[in-house]
Design a protein around this ligand. Structure first.
Ligand code: ASP
Length: 446
């Protein structure tokens, strides 16, 4: 799978994209905080720079991502679901892997919601700062409209009926204004139906969707080239409005994400390995350390797949019939780290923007984040288009992702480790359930 960046070209070494993005975060933050502390956020020249330079630069970058969200989501979700559907056809192995995927993603998002609601990293922003932030990121009427929409959401039976779109194209058009969920339901139904039709008839559709998926990823890759400028604009606008407060919140958020990922990685997966495979979790983590390292440096589940396949067979001793299948499907369809991250990020940004989410809305975030794990591409930054959609759903301006993008690389590297560890954990458990004999080579365990 393509990487979203090309850190070096030819013999001349160029700065890696993520380093540029981090630099633009730092420069944007310093410039914004300076402007806010010396001139004040209401000063005419600061306002002029924000309105005419920084905000448009950020918006152009984000619009390039938003424009491709619907085709990307549709192709990824349909392909993901139909692969899982094929999994069910393969029988017990598929069903067991599917059940574990749903369970582990559910636990991951549960941890995310618990952590973010307990520690509230985004709550330290004052109401007046918040108002200014809303005004910077979105037209106030827009934001109000979105919040009102999410408050007026249908309840009970109506809510379920509304999930089934009469006109999926209409939902697609409104995906960035709250039509996301019905559109995802359409993609789910389409994916399930796709794996039920004759292989010969399904093939051209699958091939088309694979092409659509590849093109969508390319558009994101191109957009990411503008990320350093976009992130500078977005971060400058925030810093000039909020000053240091935004970055304190951001620091807490990053620590919280890392902490929650560690809990899922070592406690949850460790316990599952112990309980189901009866293996020492430390041995397991030692056997797969090469996979974790590859995931960390590439930030891509897809790029890690070849290493994962080899290590699963050679070091962990999983039978090929199970590991090939579970790991290949899992590289795109099982992304616990991403689901956890999406849960924390959405609620964090809702806290920053002062959007209160009741239990029902939090449950919607939980479900959507689990689904988003399926619909997220296993490439660096694959989570962001989904997060933008989830934000709209809960009434936060999607432009808010600019706040988190600058520090995303390290969080992306870390959540990708979880994504691939989750796949190998599931493959190991399914192997144990199937009663397959695992021959773990002595040297591999050391
Ligand atoms: N980088 C992640 C992966 O490849 C996707 C994401 O969370 O952005 O698994």
């Amino acid at each position: 799978m393509d990487r979203m960046e090309n850190p070096t070209a030819g013999s001349k070494k160029r700065m890696a994209l993520h380093t540029k993005i981090l630099l633009s975060l730092v420069i944007g933050a310093v410039a914004g905080i300076l402007a806010q502390s010396t001139l004040g956020s209401d000063h005419a020249s600061v306002q002029w720079v924000v309105t005419n330079l920084a905000r448009p630069a950020g918006s152009i970058f984000l619009n390039l991502i938003f424009m491709i969200v619907v085709p990307l989501l549709f192709s990824a979700l349909v392909l993901g679901v139909s692969e899982m559907g094929d999994a069910a056809k393969i029988g017990r192995v598929g069903l067991r892997a599917l059940a574990l995927t749903v369970l582990l993603s559910g636990i991951a998002v549960g941890i995310a919601l618990l952590a973010v609601n307990t520690f509230k990293p985004g709550a330290g922003i004052t109401p007046s700062e918040r108002e200014r932030l809303m005004a910077t990121y979105a037209k106030p009427e827009d934001a109000q409209k979105r919040i009102a929409q999410s408050e007026q959401a249908a309840k009970g039976a109506d809510a379920i009926v509304e999930l089934i779109p009469k006109n999926p194209l209409d939902s697609a058009v409104k995906a960035l204004e709250g039509g996301l969920l019905p559109f995802m339901v359409f993609a789910l139904i389409f994916g399930i139906a796709l794996c039920m039709v004759e292989a010969e008839k399904a093939l051209p559709v699958t091939q088309f969707l694979e092409g659509l998926f590849a093109v969508s990823l390319k558009v994101i890759e191109l957009a990411m080239k503008l990320a350093p400028i976009g992130v500078f604009g977005l971060v400058f606008s925030t810093a000039a409005t909020l000053g240091v407060a935004a970055f304190v919140a951001l620091g807490k958020y990053a620590l919280l994400v890392l902490g929650a990922l560690l809990v899922q990685q070592f406690l949850v997966y460790g316990a599952v390995i112990r309980l189901i495979t009866k293996k020492n979790p430390l041995d397991f983590f030692r056997q797969i350390r090469e996979v974790m390292l590859t995931a960390f440096v590439t930030s891509s589940s897809n790029a890690t797949l070849p290493t994962a396949l080899r290590v699963a067979e050679e070091n962990v001793g999983l039978p090929r019939r199970i590991s090939t299948f579970v790991l290949t499907v899992g590289a795109t369809a099982n992304q616990n780290g991403t689901a956890l991250f999406e849960g924390i990020t959405v609620i964090f940004l809702a806290q920053v923007f002062g959007v209160n989410l009741d239990l029902g809305q939090q449950l919607t975030v939980l479900l959507l984040a689990i689904l988003a794990g399926v619909g997220t591409a296993g490439v660096p930054g694959g989570a962001w288009p989904m997060i933008a959609l989830l934000l709209v759903k809960v009434g936060v301006p999607p432009e808010a992702i600019g706040l988190c993008l600058g520090i995303d690389r390290i969080l992306d590297m870390s959540r990708t480790v979880l994504n691939v560890t989750g796949d190998i954990t599931i493959a190991s458990c399914v192997t144990a359930w199937e009663g397959e004999k695992r021959e773990v080579p002595e040297m591999a365990a050391g």
